[in-house]
Design a protein around this ligand. Sequence first.
Ligand code: UTP
Length: 493
Amino acid sequence: MSLAVQQSEALSARLDHVRKALIAIDQAHVLTFANELSSEALAAFLDQIEGLGIHRLASWAKEAVIQANATVDAFEPAQYRALHDRDRDADQYRSIGQDLLRAGKVAAFVVAGGQGTRLGLEGPKGMFAATPLRKLSLFQSFAEQLLAARQQYGVSVPWYVMTSPLNHDQTAGFFAQNDFFGLDPHDVFFLTQGVLPSYDFSGRLLLSEPGCLATHPDGHGGSLRALVESGAIEDMRRRGIEQLSYFQVDNPLVSILDPLFLGLHVAAPNSSCEMSAKTLRKRNADEPVGVFVQQGHQTRIIEYSNMPKALQIACDSQGHLLYDAGNPAIHLLSVAFIEHLMARGDLGLPLNRAKKIVPHIDLQTGAHVTPSAPNAIKLEAFVFDALPFAKSVALLEIDRFEEFAPIKNSMGADSPQTSMALQAERAARHLEAYGIRMPRKADGSLDCVIEITAQAEPQLHQIQNDEAHQVFESGAQYLLCVKEGRLQVDRLL
Ligand code: UTP
């Protein structure tokens, strides 16, 4: 028998085996077009199905069709700390955090595997031109912070970048085309998250192509498994990294290496924390963010959609929201904690369901269909569901003007427009804190555009002496940067 015949028979046997297993879990419809595929395409399709695991395809299907939101046991508002610049505690924590940074024990970790459907961008969101003046991409703006930290602390901070199979090549290519934004490529480690299949509302798998299951990235909670399976954790151990600063790709105001937060995380009053989080006060009861709550010894986040309305609007005697600790998705995790979680075998993070539009193949005609309304369930794990597993958690309140300007939507709230305005507003407030007058409109909004480079941030105090008479004019554009070690204000328009 020729090799080709042997291979063809082996492939048919494999197909029969997979078909039987799929019939047993009521998902054999995905093989509708199997006989029309080339041998290579069929082998790749069977690899995909077996790689996901038949038993897991069945158990995820069950999760996909559970209709009710998970019920949540009784909880109370989480306690959080606000540490103001002049607190003695803040000084102490900041200095502990700076020591950690100087000792090279901290790494940065961005999760950038999302699909960014609300923004409606083709390609990775990290490539989006996000800053108000220079229009730096999100990735470049983060790289700029890491370069400034290298200067400030005298060490290179390794950067772990999580992509998804859908955007990995484009992301890695973007870094390469831009010479890693001045970072040492050895200090940038890409890891790719896993995927989960999409189901229709009755729990049936969908096809994205005649020989391919429709899949999507497994959520930012998939990052913990990806860190371990990619070898990133091993790499951290080799480098002596102890703490990981987790942030999302869509918040250009995030302070990636905040010494105060780091200090509180490792030297909180009770013990060093395994996972910590920043929190910001919700703007109002309706702001659609998750809130931190306490359940006995456990801190957790209740998603906006799972929060009973009565609790969402509940106020204390002074009229302040009881559940006001919103989640800006900024965390610190100890490397030991991630290893400990992974040692439990399965991480055990719950999967959350969301109704989404998923283009798919019509099984009758074989045609591609893009529905106009949600037709499918996507399952995703959330990284904050690791919080209840942490023995100790510190919650640090932040000022939203300082650290939160997310880019989620193409227009309206949390859009590029609002984010750029917030970035400029933060810069203006920093200058005003040094007594500089900024042009403002009658409604108080800023009447010029300013951007401050990450390198210039620590030098801003110089403006008090050198630029005291600087006049910032309405309608103009200013870049504050450092040249030859000195702060410089460049008027661009
Ligand atoms: P979002 O929950 O805002 O989702 O992600 P998204 O995919 O970016 O955008 P939409 O919902 O499709 O419009 C928050 C952060 O988590 C990352 C995103 O890249 C972003 O930094 N993320 C999300 C992942 O890395 N992987 C995922 O599977 C999901």
